[in-house]
Design a protein. Structure first.
Length: 228
């Protein structure tokens, strides 16, 4: 698998991960601990995937959650602790909005992986994945809301909720397409591409960051509405 994917697909995806990291670090105002946690996490997941740790999902399905669960446990900890919520309130909402442009190259990468028989069609924009719409509209929302200031918080909130639904849709589809006992989709071509390096960084890093951006924005916008 690692040696059959065209180089351009790998390069585009690696650049996408780096751009996601760049936006994330900027949203945190370049504070040290998020950079350290993100770097260690990316390095760990990349090393595990490169050595085939997740490639044996059929024989060791218990390994797969290790690529995703810790990141979401950390996000939950941020929301359910006072210090975590204070940190979330300090994130830059403009950067969190613009961050979603990374979903465009992500969706292109998924389409290319489908062409290489690494994921099922249902996980692409040719199937049931419309997540690319969030990426395409993110610059528009950013410009209208934070540059022109003509888009109200109500519409920014609505966009975040809709884009979050799109994210949840592809995440659920991807999980149910994995070659595991609960598989429901993609029997002709299971979702194996994300179990290999570097594409494991999609579920382990890019998706959690995108999810964090949405839920943080939704929380902040709802908090502002209540205050007003």
């Amino acid at each position: 698998m690692l040696h059959t994917i065209p180089l351009y697909v790998t390069l585009v995806f690696v650049v996408t991960v780096l751009v996601t990291l760049y936006f994330f670090i900027n949203a945190t105002h370049n504070t040290r601990w998020p950079k350290t946690v993100a770097a260690v996490w990316i390095g760990l997941q990349a090393t595990l995937a490169y050595n085939g740790f997740y490639a044996v999902a059929r024989m060791h399905p218990e390994r797969v959650p290790l690529a995703v669960a810790p990141a979401f446990v950390l996000i939950a900890g941020l929301f359910f602790t006072q210090r975590g919520r204070q940190w979330l309130d300090g994130l830059d909402l403009k950067t969190l909005t613009l961050l979603h442009v990374v979903r465009i190259p992500v969706e292109l990468s998924l389409f290319w992986l489908f062409g290489q028989k690494a994921i099922p069609e249902i996980m692409t924009f040719a199937g049931r994945n419309f997540d690319i719409l969030a990426g395409l509209t993110a610059p528009v929302v950013y410009y209208l809301a934070f540059v022109r200031k003509t888009l109200s918080n109500k519409w920014v909130l609505a966009w975040n909720v809709a884009a979050l639904v799109l994210l949840v849709n592809i995440v659920v589809t991807a999980i149910l397409s994995l070659p595991m006992p609960f598989q429901q989709f993609g029997f002709e071509q299971p979702n194996v591409g994300v179990l290999y390096f570097p594409f494991v960084l999609l579920p382990s890093f890019v998706v959690p960051v995108v999810f964090l951006a949405h839920v943080t924005a939704i929380r902040r916008l709802l908090k502002n509405r209540t205050a007003n």
